[in-house]
Design a binder for this molecule. Sequence first.
Ligand code: BG6
Length: 506
Amino acid sequence: MAAIPSGTMGAPEACTVVIFGASGDLTKRKLVPALHSLAAAGQLPRNFSVVGYARSGLSNEEFRLRMRQAVSEYGSCTAGERSAWEKFAQDLVYVRGGFEEEGYRRLKETLAAIEGKSGSTKNRIFYLATPPGLYAPIMRQIAAAGLARKDQPGTGWTRVVIEKPFGKDLETARELGRQVHEAFDERQVYRIDHYLGKETVQNILVFRFANAVFEPIWNRRYVDHVQITAAESMGVEHRGGYYEKAGVIRDMFQNHLLQLLCLTAMEPPIAFTADAVRDEKVKVLRSVQPISPEEVDQVAVRGQYGHEKLGDNEVKAYREEDGVAPDSTRETYAAVKLLIENWRWEGVPFYLRSGKRLPKKITEIAIHFKQPPLLLFKACPIEKVSPNVLLLRIQPDEGISLTFEVKPPGSEICVNSLSLDFNYRGAFGAAPPEAYETLLLDCMRGDSTLFTRHDWVELAWFLMDPILRCWESKLPEDFPNYAAGSSGPRQADALIESDRRRWRQS
Ligand code: BG6
């Protein structure tokens, strides 16, 4: 059962997915393993093909072999999935090409041959699994080859999928938007944020709007504040070059964290349809109080991890990672306080934090409720009476828990915190599906609820730009300011403690 019901559920129509950047990392780690799992689960249409497009001179057989290895390495590969490979591989085709017309002509012929053989309509998804700098030239070539057709009833549809980053600030995001819209209508564009494909992220809306007990208290009267955390224990791994240009605000805040904020704070949509849900998310971003350049230092903190010895392991500092400048001022950690100025959330701070090389990988949303009056519990030390916290655990231990106060046995009236716990794997007996499986299937079905709309992208940059501009103009003098494996820079504690609150210790 999908968490967000869409109007277009069911098996997708026959279609072909063209992957640009077919020899790249995303194709082998995520896209082909996800498509193969869908095939093994019988969720793909009968007439379905994948066309890989890249520069390398590979035959169909060589491409299939590479993808076979990718599926064994990165797919889940149960016995059922292994036996599905042969059928899946028959419909994997490779086209060699770069930006020249010739390559796109070959692609067009290949698509015509596939569709001619199966007699299916021209339903095509162009997946741009390439560096973002190539989106515009590829889309221009798709259009020039006559492949960016507007949807016409009965003659097939065309969709294009792009991955973040959508620009590096508001101005470049606008420019990218213009380039995309030169070739495609907004309705044809599917912008992926893989967080939205996570089952537990989708569950936020079901949890909020399918239960009568939480929604009435989901507001400024009962909620003291909200903490959204996306902590990672890994460093930047092999992506130092990319990260030097990005940093955590562009990499995590402008997309994943703001999406989590919107799902937590949005009003109920009038229906679970793509535009109704996305309209509500846009309204949240429009209500976030913009941060002025003078305020940045009061509401945002940055950090960069330094070298540390963790057990027997020496952990490199960010500045020692491959592709990173030895005096880099790029932030690998940030904490930001945002206020939403609307009827529901007036005065309730949302604290967002994310960073690399923190103690554990944890993504969670913690709703901290207000403290009740404590006059009945004078015998109990005040620090023992904790306000209720509702915790939405996105990963890795997917689930939901609610802490509440109980009386421990004994003659004194005192309180202790306990928690009611729902665990996803325990309850459903399996790990949630991979985000890319959900998103690819939704794209084939034409359901863009879980994809990011262009107006949302622009608003998200509008909110993050002042922080980026301020930090890029005022270089940090104390980097590295947190040790690898620690819980971040002490300035982040000061940010929340100055409001007489504390970060949750996960
Ligand atoms: C990506 C970022 O979008 O999300 C990475 O580019 C980050 O830097 C990753 O590690 C986190 O995703 P997840 O699903 O592992 O939480």
